[in-house]
Design a protein around this ligand. Structure first.
Ligand code: ZN
Length: 134
């Protein structure tokens, strides 16, 4: 049975947090796994991944605005002009490990999985590895 999945996401602004929870659930469903763990991995250096509130959309607006204050565009050594995006990506991290039980992700009521774009708009890739376990 297939256990490695990937899907594309398209971002529409330089910084954006995109709720990909349903896409991860879809991969889990396709895998047919009922219990174990699920790793979600972002193979990019200027995008990251995190879990946070998906019920109130203003939460991710606050996170992005505060990230901008913490790491403004400014002047850096990296000459490509996107050093702030590299720093923000590392602050978020590039992978998540999720628990799987009864064929579903064990997420809290208000939690959602967010792809975090910091140098968009771009086409990006997200990988999901499902690991069946006891
Ligand atoms: Zn760069």
């Amino acid at each position: 049975m297939e256990d490695l999945f990937s899907f594309e996401v398209e971002t529409h602004s330089r910084a954006q947090m995109l709720d990909i929870t349903s896409r991860v659930r879809e991969a889990l469903r396709e895998s047919g796994t009922s219990r174990g763990t699920c790793m979600v991995y972002v193979p990019h250096t200027t995008a990251g991944i995190t879990i946070n509130e998906s019920a109130d959309p203003s939460v991710v607006v606050d996170i992005l605005e505060q990230m901008e204050r913490l790491v403004p565009k400014g002047h850096y050594h990296h000459q490509e002009g996107n050093a702030d995006a590299h720093i923000k990506a590392s602050m978020m991290g590039s992978s998540l490990t999720l628990l799987v039980d009864r064929s579903d992700l064990l997420l809290g009521t208000w939690q959602g999985i967010f792809f975090c774009e910091f140098d968009g708009p771009r086409r990006r890739r997200v990988m999901v590895k499902v690991m069946p376990g006891v």
